[in-house]
Design a protein around this ligand. Structure first.
Ligand SMILES: Nc1ncnc2c1ncn2[C@@H]1O[C@H](COP(=O)(O)OP(=O)(O)OP(=O)(O)O)[C@@H](O)[C@H]1O
Ligand SMILES: O=C(O)c1ccc[n+]([C@@H]2O[C@H](COP(=O)([O-])O)[C@@H](O)[C@H]2O)c1
Length: 201
């Protein structure tokens, strides 16, 4: 990946925005891969209280989702969990958070990360033109996305990485059915899901 022109001193940080309902091994492999196989120094996982595209869908409270993210990334000094959107208006518009993070961390060079399934919908995001003009986007491939769904765009790079057919939807369906999610989520996340009775009660 090319070096940024605008990061003379700052660290290059990837931002993975998500509902994380719950975080799973797909997110973790994506985040760690980006932090270690690209020019990024670290990856921050930004927990969104309310995705504009998932209004009305079942969501654990944001604090519970953040806790699961914190449990999942404990001990990985390349990854960090962010609750910056908790105090911002809902739904959670990524352009507003990018502006807020740039205000808070002027020395950092941010890169937007996403799974390939999000790419076709990106033109419909708030201020999509500005998002693409102001940010590099690194995309992790995802099963089920056909190449015609994601047209090449300047500043958008799809990394070459192992496909991970894991989704939060699938994790929730397993938990609801009383099936094990061992290895699909980290062990502390599984324990917390079971202890709290998420999607069971
Ligand atoms: N298995 C995966 N492969 C590649 N990208 C992924 C994968 N799982 C999640 N992502 C990406 O992580 C980001 C956050 O995803 P999100 O929290 O919505 O998880 P999800 O598994 O897609 O959830 P759900 O199944 O509830 O829609 C998005 O950019 C999404 O594309
Ligand atoms: O800013 C937008 O318009 C926008 C539209 C759709 C999704 N997003 C963000 O993208 C992230 C992943 O969204 P989703 O719907 O795949 O969970 C989440 O953080 C959302 O807030 C942002």
């Amino acid at each position: 990946m090319s070096s940024p022109a605008s990061a003379p001193n700052g660290r290059k940080v990837g931002l993975l925005f998500g509902s994380f309902n719950p975080i799973h091994t797909g997110h973790l492999i994506l985040a760690h891969f980006m932090a270690t196989h690209t020019d990024l120094d670290e990856v921050w996982l930004v927990v969104s209280p309310q995705s504009p595209f998932k209004v009305g869908q079942e969501l654990l409270p944001e604090e519970a989702r953040l806790r699961l993210v914190q449990l999942a990334i404990a001990g990985n000094d390349r990854l960090r969990a962010l609750d910056v959107e908790f105090g911002m208006p809902k739904p959670s518009y990524t352009i507003d958070t990018l502006d807020e993070l740039r205000r808070r961390h002027p020395g950092y060079h941010f890169v937007l990360l996403m799974g390939e399934d999000n790419l076709p919908g990106l033109p419909r995001w708030k201020d999509a033109g500005r998002i693409l003009a102001e940010n590099e986007v690194y995309v992790y491939p995802r099963p089920g996305v056909t190449p015609t769904d994601s047209k090449p765009q300047p500043g958008v790079q799809v990394v070459d990485a192992p496909l991970l057919d894991i989704s939060a939807t699938y994790i929730r369906s397993c938990v609801r059915a009383g099936k094990s999610v061992r290895y699909l989520v980290p062990e502390p996340v599984e324990q917390q899901i079971l202890a709290a009775g998420y999607w069971r009660t």
